[in-house]
Design a protein around this ligand. Structure first.
Ligand code: B12
Ligand code: SF4
Length: 530
């Protein structure tokens, strides 16, 4: 049996895990990957360039159909869900092959997702065993209509939800991720080796996908970790190819168990030795943990702060406070480990004054980088439920989010940035630039910009912020440089691929073939329906 995965944007660890599992069980797996460098929310997004250069859903559907799949598998984020649905619809017009959707968006909004006619089955939660079960019933009339756990499907006039199966307890029983399916079309990804040592997070911050966990897996323990041996063997294998320059551990929190970390530090330094970056949480750092990270050769730790307002932290069910953050960065600094801080703008109830307070604090602790995120309302999260209950979002807005509808996007500024909030959000956009430049300017300059409110005259907008990111890459630490080079490399490669497809005419041919197969006239302009 052959499964064809379809995705866009950046490397996808979930697809790599599923592909490896399918192959280990005797199936074939293929990836149709569209870089979509101007619309995947991971680089310089630009609607005009996206329309001009990126493939249409019809052309992606042709690429998928050409792989002759038995099952077509999409993994969608909320920001990519509509695109995935458009490709699925184009596919259904040319072939009856069963289509399954999994991933964070549909896991958070399964009942909305399964209503889409082009989707035959939706999988929530972990997908390895479920995918195999689905491949065993891969015929249009049987697909997912059995008792396959984790699957939602359409019954006769009703939606059917099967129970979820237990989580995979022993991560060492899983094969290594199938990296080659991404490295072949996008060799630049190999420069920064993405890996996870653990699944799950012990916390339940309301804005995070992990807040869904208790509803999805009642009574289950979320955190499971690979053994050091299993992890190091995989890293050694990829290091031997000589292309990776850095490792990124994408665990929600890498620093959870100090004994594991000590064992890891010895083995990593001895057998791998590449610079690496990882996440921590102010409740998951200690002097011993920082020492073990330093022993391992860690070159960047990202500390999740998000806000320093204790009321907001409590409202968002988030642990951690200013003191914990200060202790965490002290411990990292004492061990010579560079750190960056993750901060969120637009959290419910916060305004410019909260951002100024955060900036004063960050100016004291002086991180090497501040990674900013706007509050995003994600399907299934407790933050979305509360925003609806508290009247922050309307029922229509919540429905749009659950359907992955991009009309207003999913970030706070466009959702709640009207009326009384307009001015406050505009000021926060200006403050965003100050967060960006903080690591580049001396402490006194930041204090002056902040207290005199001169930051209101700083140029803002994405172009300026991207320029600052580039400057940080030039003068900043090695880990940041590698991060930015990976994104730039992927954007450049994605653009070349898109240009080549346009110039060779394959895009136009795909649309003609698709329209002919569906018995439709070809739309007038190649760009008109993207
Ligand atoms: C590592 C990571 C990344 C990495 C790697 C991406 C990846 N998916 O592997 C990078 C840096 C590229 C990334 C980028 C982004 N990320 Co991210 N990322 C994560 C993180 C921290 C861990 C993911 C992970 O552990 N994967 C490990 C694999 C094994 O698990 P998995 O991907 O969940 O896949 C399993 C199941 O979901 C299921 N499954 C998944 N797909 C499918 C498909 C089928 C057919 C089946 C049957 C099953 C199935 O089976 C898999 C194996 O069990 C999660 C946090 C979280 N809660 O998951 C956020 C998370 C997935 N990211 C998120 C977001 C928003 C993004 C960005 C959009 C951020 C941005 N720029 O705005 C970008 C998207 C970039 C792009 N366009 O490609 C959100 C997604 C929320 C949503 N509803 O869309 C999450 C949940 C974090 C959050 N905010 O709560 N991310
Ligand atoms: S600590 Fe991080 S990963 Fe864990 S629930 Fe909170 S935001 Fe999500």
């Amino acid at each position: 049996m052959r499964v064809t995965f379809v995705t866009s944007g950046l490397e996808h660890l979930g697809i790599e895990a599923l592909s490896a599992y399918a192959k280990a069980h005797g199936h074939e797996s293929v990836l149709v990957y569209e870089p979509k460098p101007f619309s995947s929310n991971s680089g310089p997004d630009n609607a005009f360039l996206a329309r001009l250069l990126e493939p249409t859903p019809e052309s992606t559907a042709q690429r998928v159909a050409a792989t002759r799949p038995d099952v077509i598998a999409f993994s969608s984020y909320t920001i990519t869900h509509r695109w995935s649905v458009e490709v699925a619809r184009a596919l259904k017009r040319i072939a009856p092959t069963p289509i399954v959707f999994g991933g964070p968006h549909v896991s958070g909004a399964p009942s909305h997702s399964i209503r889409e006619a082009a989707i035959d089955a939706v999988v929530e939660g972990e997908g390895e065993e479920t995918l195999l079960d689905l491949m065993a019933c891969a015929e249009p009339d049987r697909f997912g209509r059995t008792d396959v756990p984790n699957v939602w499907f359409k019954g006769d006039g009703e939606l059917i939800k099967n129970p979820v199966r237990p989580l995979i307890a022993d991560l060492d029983s899983l094969p290594w991720a199938d990296k080659t399916i991404f490295y072949e079309p996008m060799p630049t990804f190999e420069r920064e080796f993405y890996v996870i040592s653990r699944r799950g997070c012990p916390f339940r911050c309301s804005f995070c996908e992990y807040s869904i966990f208790p509803k999805q897996y009642p009574g289950e323990k979320p955190v499971r970790r690979r053994s050091v041996e299993h992890l190091i063997a995989e890293l050694r294998h990829w290091k031997a190819r000589g292309r990776a320059r850095k490792v990124f551990f994408w665990d929600a929190i890498f620093t959870l168990d100090v004994n594991w970390m000590r064992q890891f530090a010895t083995a990593y330094r001895r057998d791998v030795g590449l610079p690496f970056e990882c996440y921590t949480h102010p409740h998951a750092m200690s002097r011993d943990m920082a020492r073990a990270l330093a022993d391992a050769g860690c070159t960047m730790v990202r500390v999740g702060v998000q806000t320093v307002n204790s009321d907001t932290l409590a409202d968002m069910d988030r642990k951690g406070d200013e003191n914990r953050v200060r202790t965490t960065v002290d411990q990292l600094r004492d061990h010579g480990i560079p750190y960056s801080l993750d901060h969120m703008l637009g959290l419910p109830g916060e305004g410019p004054e909260d951002q100024r307070a955060a900036l004063r604090f960050y100016n004291e602790v002086r991180p090497g980088r501040i990674v900013l995120h706007w509050m995003t309302y994600l399907p299934g999260t407790t933050a979305l439920d509360r925003a609806r209950d508290d009247g922050i979002l309307t029922t229509e807005q919540v429905e749009r989010i659950l359907n992955g509808d991009q009309t207003e996007g999913f970030e706070a500024p466009r959702l709640v940035g009207q009326g009384e909030h307009r001015e406050a959000l505009d000021e926060m956009r200006r403050l965003a630039v100050l967060f960006d430049v903080l690591p580049l300017l001396p402490r006194g300059a930041i204090t002056w910009l902040l207290e005199s409110r001169a930051y209101r005259y700083l140029p803002r907008g994405m172009a300026v912020r991207q320029l600052i990111a580039l400057m940080l890459a030039m003068v900043g630490d090695e880990a940041t440089r590698e991060r930015i080079f990976t994104i730039l490399g992927a954007t450049a490669r994605g653009t070349t691929t898109a240009l080549r497809a346009r110039l060779s005419g394959s895009e136009r041919r795909a649309r003609v073939a698709s329209a002919a197969a569906a018995g439709r006239p070809l739309p007038a302009s190649p760009e008109s329906s993207t």
